[in-house]
Design a protein around this ligand. Structure first.
Ligand code: FUB
Length: 322
């Protein structure tokens, strides 16, 4: 059974007999954007480790022409050259978090002390609303298991700021040069909190960050002493960003980084430096003929900075980065 690759019913994604999930590693070659055309993947998060770029993405399974999020699992892709990719056999299932009802929304992985921590959004089983869980593995490609047996953030922890049930989504995680780790997340309202050294507990209050027209999908990164907080703005979403000299702010709004992504009302970005070049990794709904907001695809384009540290607006391309 290990070698079995389940196949999708032809037509479910508009492409014939494609792998639904691999129980063995599956390799493919990117021919531009989107990088993967054998299945729909959204909400990419990126990690560079030991000369390899890893992309963690949610699997969009919504059958066309339906229009809703059907996401049960996250997958791991890796590449050393941005052209030849492996989709790894181990997936992480939303229902692996036994306290959750499922729904594999956006996530991010980070490494600390040789362990890999995967922060995910799921629907909580007993506390109404979305919540954030964390899984851990000794390897960037898994297997991952629930690191605490409970959510690290639940909707009832943020009701002072907003009454909606889906504000605790889209975790981004960042470790500063002094070793302090931060978890940042949000929808409508952006939040940040310190993480303990163990990476599975908050270490202090949840602090709201006010950003202009913030929708969701925060991503923290740092370069040359500048902190960057990029995020999805308005709806349909553009990616905007703010900069600061301190992780505690104040954050100065710097405008649009990426315009609306083709045929998708979300755009969800990751920003990483890999092999001396910065990349903007995001999703669009660009696969013909049935791609769209609930059947998304991961794209990679180059990211450039101005001499003052601001980022140049991303040029989304069909050719990609090869
Ligand atoms: O994939 C479900 C949701 O769509 C994510 O959590 C958001 O960032 C948006 O991309």
């Amino acid at each position: 059974m290990n070698r079995l690759i389940k196949t999708m019913i032809a037509g479910c994604v508009g492409l014939a007999a494609l792998p639904l999930y691999a129980q063995q590693d599956f390799t493919f070659t990117a021919k531009g954007n989107p990088i993967a055309t054998h299945k729909y993947l959204g909400d990419p998060a990126a990690l560079v480790h030991d000369g390899t770029l890893y992309i963690y993405a949610g699997h969009d399974e919504c059958p066309a022409p339906e229009q809703y999020y059907l996401m049960n699992e996250w997958v791991v892709l890796s590449t050393k050259d941005l052209k030849n990719f492996t989709e790894h056999a181990q997936t992480l299932q939303a229902k692996s978090f036994e306290w959750s009802k499922g729904e594999a929304w956006a996530s991010q992985v980070i490494e600390r002390n040789g362990k890999f921590y995967w922060y995910v959004t799921v629907e909580h089983g007993t506390i109404p609303g979305k919540s954030i869980g964390v899984a851990v593995s000794d390897s960037p490609v898994g297997p991952f298991k629930d690191a605490r047996g409970s959510a690290i953030v639940t909707n009832d922890m943020t009701t002072e700021q907003t009454q909606i049930f889906w504000d605790d989504i889209d975790p981004t995680v960042f470790i500063d040069d002094d070793g302090q780790a931060y978890l940042c997340w949000g929808n409508t309202q952006c939040y940040i909190a310190k993480l303990k050294e163990n990476m599975i507990e908050l270490d202090g209050p949840i602090v709201p960050i006010d950003l202009p027209r913030f929708t969701e999908a925060p991503w923290l990164h740092k370069r040359d002493g500048w902190y960057y907080l990029s995020y999805a703005s308005e709806f349909p979403e553009k990616i905007c960003y703010a900069m600061s000299r301190s992780i505690n702010g104040p954050w100065e709004y710097k405008g649009i980084l990426n315009e609306l992504a083709g045929n998708s009302n979300t755009n969800h970005q990751a920003i990483v430096e890999f092999d001396g070049q910065w990349y903007f990794i995001y999703h669009n709904g660009g696969i013909n003929h049935q791609g769209g907001s609930f059947r998304r695809s991961v794209c990679i384009d180059k990211l450039y900075y101005n001499p003052d540290g601001t980022m140049k607006r991303v040029v989304m391309t069909t050719e990609g980065v090869q």
